[in-house]
Design a protein around this ligand. Structure first.
Ligand SMILES: Nc1ncnc2c1ncn2[C@@H]1O[C@H](COP(=O)(O)OP(=O)(O)OP(=O)(O)O)[C@@H](O)[C@H]1O
Ligand SMILES: [Mg+2]
Length: 201
């Protein structure tokens, strides 16, 4: 089963391919409402309404190497299989917003996965991308932005191996901090991966 963090990697890749210079990813966990939402907003070139409407159909793609696009349809399927949904709002010339919801406790809900690794990779591979991440769980919140990290690094790139490892560990620890205190045994059907792997939930 694919992890949500890997889907996020895919969806942010679409934003980058659409020329976005800014991408904001927000993960919200609401235990009370049994709801997990992931929102990805970019300032890329956007899509005309018909493309946006059809974008969750695997036969819609602007890629030239093969005739189907799978990023959005696979995420839409994962969302639907766990009682949620995916919506795409897009305006040509302005940007795109992908909103995905999952029933948190649904037996088929993919695990969040290693979001810290996804973010560290995106930051390392895209030195000029303004990537903002917010993780909210039951009102507690962690925010990180690539622009802020870069300004503290005094010219050392986020692709530097030591910096990459630091950023990944830092984000992982912070997300765990936000997630851990709210953890309940109520989710029943979910099993925790062994050990202390960052971000797995
Ligand atoms: N953020 C975005 N901004 C502009 N267009 C987008 C965006 N996301 C998706 N699209 C459009 O929707 C199409 C379908 O996206 P999807 O991720 O499903 O497939 P793909 O990117 O074409 O292929 P794959 O993800 O399998 O490599 C894209 O080809 C692109 O035209
Ligand atoms: Mg894609």
């Amino acid at each position: 089963m694919k992890e949500i963090a890997l889907h996020v990697l895919d969806i942010v890749q679409n934003s980058i391919e659409a020329g976005a210079t800014r991408v904001a990813v927000t993960v919200t966990e609401d235990t009370e409402r049994d709801l997990l939402t992931v929102e990805i907003v970019d300032n890329g070139r956007g899509m005309p309404p018909d493309v946006a409407r059809a974008a969750t159909d695997p036969f819609v793609t602007t890629r030239r190497t093969r005739p189907v696009g799978l990023g959005l349809p696979l995420l839409a399927l994962a969302a639907r299989q766990s009682g949620g949904s995916l919506t795409v709002d897009s305006r040509p010339g302005e940007g795109t917003r992908v909103l995905v919801t999952f029933r948190s406790g649904h037996v088929d809900r993919p695990p969040l996965g290693d979001m810290a690794l996804t973010l560290a990779c995106l930051m390392a591979a895209n030195p000029t991308l303004d990537l903002d991440y917010v993780h909210v769980r039951d009102g507690r919140e962690f925010r990180v932005s690539a622009a802020d990290l870069r300004s503290r690094l005094d010219g050392v790139g986020l692709g530097n191996p030591a910096v990459f490892a630091f950023v990944r560990d830092y984000i992982g620890a912070k997300i765990r901090e936000v997630s851990d205190t709210g953890r309940t045994t109520g989710a029943g059907t979910r099993t925790e991966p062994a050990g202390d792997r960052a971000l797995s939930n």
